[in-house]
Design a protein around this ligand. Structure first.
Ligand SMILES: C[C@@H](CNC(N)=O)C(=O)O
Ligand SMILES: [Zn+2]
Ligand SMILES: [Zn+2]
Ligand SMILES: [Zn+2]
Length: 519
């Protein structure tokens, strides 16, 4: 043990201006690329110091947290939510307050929600509407994607304004929801070319809406009108076909494409193949907590309420091997990140679909349990390491939507969105204890490893050992600038997404082998 005092660099602490001064000591910091022991000092919502305790002197009056035996991880970023979405004749019950309170309770400190204009509604008017809903209510920071639910010259002009002036860089298109949101291939090509021109990110809901419409007509005519008709109308090949087609359209338009809610093995394989075909450029894929945590067999024959509560699109699949398969795609970087698609309706809303499954409002919970589910089914199951867990629950979303390292990293200068994570603690998920506004939890009764001991939102302790103390309206809108380097440096050939030889090996080796048995 050295006795001579080590020369230490004093970090000046400007006391008078400091708010929310927190010091986290003895923890293991886990970023997407490495983990290491270090202390963290936070002031005014920003991380001011990351390093050994010997290099900082903490004055009195600072809240100190002992994180011994715990991990310090970047707050989760959920890239796919629908708070208080008007949909199917109802409005999602998790509004921007309850939805972000549930997010924070589960370790997510930023959401990216979707503006979904009605057909022929101005994109910018819809954006203003979503901002007016969210700004007064959010408990954590948020961003917005905008749905291109119809296409015209005026829409093309408006998405330019959204990119240049209103902090939006990502636009969701739909190949399903015929008559509501669906675009045809010709319009999709135009949209992707426009988004590429704007240096934005195209997103897609990939299911073949024409096949779904035909199947639905047939099923209802045959008297199959219960919730089981939902998945029967859109089996996984209907999702996989659309994923393949969307990737080809995006590649032809030279446009980066983010495929949302990949829910099946077949769709995951199509996405992995497209990524390998295009050498990791252009195509990114997201799966959901629902697809990783459960499957369609969990509620079979449990009656309308339980089955309708699990209805979302694309649907949960009856193949029980789907969750682990999708987790392995995440581990292998065939998929890049996880969302929740949190869009919750109560029993009386889901009952709108009694006698006609097409009238069941689509959507499930997930924003509160996503982090624990990915930890349980990924890290605790031995499929992900902790760094990859951080990548798929936080950092990759920050990089793709161009808010890294402000978000998605424990580093000096980054926002103090921090979770002190207990990897060994467990909790049991239930509608009776969750923070959602909804009366159902699709993970009911599941015991998961990975629990938040503390959650800090821009330095403010908003959850402490299960006690959630959020502030309505404390969150801010976070602009997502165009041209994310993580996406565009590869497209413009400035960096290789993967070395050629590694790609060849993947092309000829693991990819073909990995998926051969599924052909
Ligand atoms: C409308 C929205 C939410 N509903 C759903 N995923 O079932 C979506 O398709 O992502
Ligand atoms: Zn969708
Ligand atoms: Zn969605
Ligand atoms: Zn279930």
């Amino acid at each position: 043990m050295s006795t001579s005092p080590k020369p230490v660099k004093k970090v000046p602490i400007h006391l008078q201006s400091a708010q929310n001064r927190v010091y986290i000591k003895n923890g293991e910091i886990v970023n997407h690329d490495k983990s290491f022991k270090a202390d963290v000092y936070i002031e005014d919502g920003i991380i001011k110091f990351v390093g050994p305790s010997s290099e900082i002197t903490i004055p009195g009056g600072v809240r100190t947290i002992d994180a011994s035996g715990l991990m310090i991880i970047p707050g989760g970023i959920d890239p796919h939510t629908h708070m208080q979405l008007p949909f199917g004749g109802a409005v999602a019950v998790d509004d921007f307050y309850h939805g972000t309170k549930a997010a924070v309770a589960g370790g997510t400190t930023m959401i990216i929600d979707f503006v979904l204009p009605n057909k022929h509604e101005s994109m910018i008017e819809a954006y203003d509407k979503w901002r007016s809903w969210a700004d007064p209510k959010v408990c954590c920071d948020y961003g917005l994607h905008v749905g291109i639910t119809w296409w015209s010259k005026s829409v093309s002009e408006e998405i330019g304004i959204l990119c240049k002036e209103l902090g939006v860089n990502s636009f969701k298109t739909f190949m399903a929801y015929k008559g509501l949101y669906q675009l045809n291939d010709s319009d999709l090509l135009d949209v992707f070319e426009r988004i590429r021109h704007l240096n934005g990110v195209a997103m897609v809901h990939a299911e073949n809406g024409d096949i779904i419409a035909k199947n639905t007509q047939r099923l209802l005519a045959e008297g199959i009108n219960g919730p089981e008709g939902h998945e029967l109308s859109r089996p996984e090949e209907v999702e996989a076909e659309a994923v393949h087609r969307a990737c080809v359209l995006a590649h032809q338009a030279d446009c980066p494409l983010y495929v949302v809610h990949v829910m099946s093995k077949s769709a995951g394989i199509e996405l992995a193949r497209a990524r390998h075909r295009y050498r990791g450029r252009y195509i990114m894929g997201e799966t959901l907590a629902a697809a990783l945590g459960t499957d369609a067999t969990c509620c079979q024959h449990l009656g309308f309420d339980a089955e309708a509560a699990h209805v979302l699109s694309p649907p949960l699949r009856p193949d029980k091997t789907t969750p682990e398969f999708l987790m392995k795609l995440l581990a292998n970087d065939d998929l890049q990140l996880t969302g929740s698609d949190n869009c919750t309706f109560n029993k009386e809303h889901k009952a709108l679909g009694k006698g006609d499954f097409t009238k069941i409002p689509n959507g499930v919970n997930g924003v509160e349990d996503r982090m624990s589910l990915v930890w349980e089914k990924g890290v605790h199951a031995g499929l992900l390491d902790p760094c990859r867990f951080v990548a798929v629950t936080s950092t990759n979303a920050a990089k793709i939507f161009n808010i890294y390292p402000q978000k998605g990293r424990i580093a000096v200068g980054s926002d103090a969105d921090i979770v002190i994570w207990n990897p060994n603690a467990t909790r049991t998920i239930s509608k009776d204890t969750h923070h959602h506004a909804c009366d159902f939890n699709i993970f009911e009764g599941m015991t998961v490893h990975g629990v938040c001991e503390f959650v800090l939102v821009r330095g403010r302790i908003c959850a402490e050992r299960g006690n959630v103390r959020v502030a309505e309206g404390f969150g801010r809108f976070i602009p997502t600038p165009v041209r994310p380097p993580f996406v565009y440096d590869i497209i413009e050939g400035k960096v290789q997404s993967q070395p050629e030889e590694q790609h060849e090996e993947k092309q000829n080796g693991s990819v073909a082998k990995r998926f051969a048995e599924l052909d």
